[in-house]
Design a protein around this ligand. Sequence first.
Ligand SMILES: CC(C)(COP(=O)(O)OP(=O)(O)OC[C@H]1O[C@@H](n2cnc3c(N)ncnc32)[C@H](O)[C@@H]1OP(=O)(O)O)[C@@H](O)C(=O)NCCC(=O)NCCS
Length: 333
Amino acid sequence: MIDDREKTPSVMIAGTGAYLPERIMTNAELEKMVDTSDEWIVTRTGVRERRIAAAGEATSDMAIPAAKQALQEAGLDAVDLDLIIVGTVTPDMIFPNTASLVQSGIGATKALCFDLSAACSGFLYAQETARGLLLSGLYDNALVIGADKMSVVTDWEDRGTCILFGDGAGAVVLKRTVTHRGIMATAVGADGSLGDLLMIPGGGSRNPASHASIDEHLHFVKMAGNNVFKHAVRCMTEAGRDALAKAGLTIDDVDWVIPHQANMRIVQAISERVEIPLERFIINLDRLGNTTAATVPLALNEGIRDGRIKRGDILLMIVFGGGFTWGATVVEY
Ligand SMILES: CC(C)(COP(=O)(O)OP(=O)(O)OC[C@H]1O[C@@H](n2cnc3c(N)ncnc32)[C@H](O)[C@@H]1OP(=O)(O)O)[C@@H](O)C(=O)NCCC(=O)NCCS
């Protein structure tokens, strides 16, 4: 007889949570701020409205309620958490890291805490990192959060970017298990040679904050939109295919695709290329815009709460972000 200790361990999603700021910003408001129109934004991006965090509401303030919800659903006490990783490019501050602020906010007294910077790929990169640490056997469970307050790094005078982004946080609790297939395979990649196509150049050691850096808008997102678009479609398509092949599955096995949500036309292009109909994609872009590291855990949480995603479903998460960074993960929920 084989007991549980002899079975191959895996890492499963035990619970999810989400937080969205109250304030909704519509395209009509943006029409008053920059030279754009609701019609252009909807047809070129698919975004109709986005959430904007309050002035005093930082990234950890959004991450904490999302974390509490995920812990509750997983039936795990914060004091028993081993690991907290926050995927974000808008930490509360340079340090302490946001994960430590979450640790304090939820009372996870024995957790190892760090932030992971991979822009829109931050959640998937963090989830994959946590999976490796849990499979090592050193840790039993992890809280993985994707949270960003993009409104503070958005140049509200740049119509090429300000129409895209929104604020929010999503969280998952991961547990090592021998009873579920959980996360089955991941394919990830990065190409730093293309980093300058999508970046926040100011505020780090290269271009520290100065009067000049502020005058030059260096603390805001700079993006070569069209170029990013093409790389996103290619890398996300390839990663999706690679992850499925690694898992030994085909497109017919996939119940739901959970893509990073930067532009509806990117999602449509991926749907056509991987030949999975759009009806099997979980979309929140129309209501939330691009919430950067939060898009995937927010969409996952939404699909679970509204009953579309059920235990045993095969999910394909696919992301792309600054770095460039990208990846795809196949999960049995
Ligand atoms: C940013 C993005 C929406 C722009 O859409 P696009 O179809 O590529 O548009 P282009 O940049 O080629 O611009 C086309 C025209 O629309 C104009 N335009 C750009 N933003 C506009 C806006 N908000 N309203 C009206 N016109 C706009 C441009 O100035 C340009 O005008 P021109 O032809 O007179 O020069 C799109 O490129 C995109 O979504 N890129 C990827 C974003 C992304 O994935 N980011 C994060 C990755 S994680």
